[in-house]
Design a protein. Structure first.
Length: 127
């Protein structure tokens, strides 16, 4: 899998995570609301499904990759009523939101740099 595809996957993950964190924050006052979180399923299984065999004696691992299969939203079944009426901890959510924002900005910057460099190569810009 190329680096650019990995960065795109990170962008998709961060986008989904941002939506879920925002929803958790918006529902901090909702009684019996269960906070949710985004789970990024085993990346290794995705990498394995994309392997190609080079000899007939190799084990065939044919499969198609669907990135949406690897991002799942699950309920946090922690029974602790952190806020008094549900299990949403505003400090934890805000910290996760800040971390997620940094990851998103990192991936976006790397993708932007990649395409700017590609554009320079196409134009023949060597400077």
């Amino acid at each position: 899998m190329s680096n650019i595809k990995l960065l795109e996957n990170l962008i998709n993950y961060c986008s989904a995570r941002n939506s879920v964190i925002s929803q958790n924050i918006a529902n901090i006052g909702t009684q019996n609301y269960k906070r949710q979180e985004v789970v990024f399923k085993d990346v290794l299984s995705n990498q394995i499904s994309n392997l190609k065999t080079t000899e007939s004696k190799h084990i065939s691992l044919n499969g198609t990759s669907n990135d949406d299969e690897f991002i799942t939203v699950v309920d946090d079944n922690n029974p602790d009523m952190v806020s008094g009426i549900n299990n949403v901890d505003i400090e934890k959510e805000m910290a996760e939101l800040a971390e997620n924002t940094l990851q998103f900005k990192f991936a976006a910057k790397k993708i932007s740099t990649y395409y700017k460099n590609l554009q320079k190569v196409i134009k023949g810009d060597t400077a």
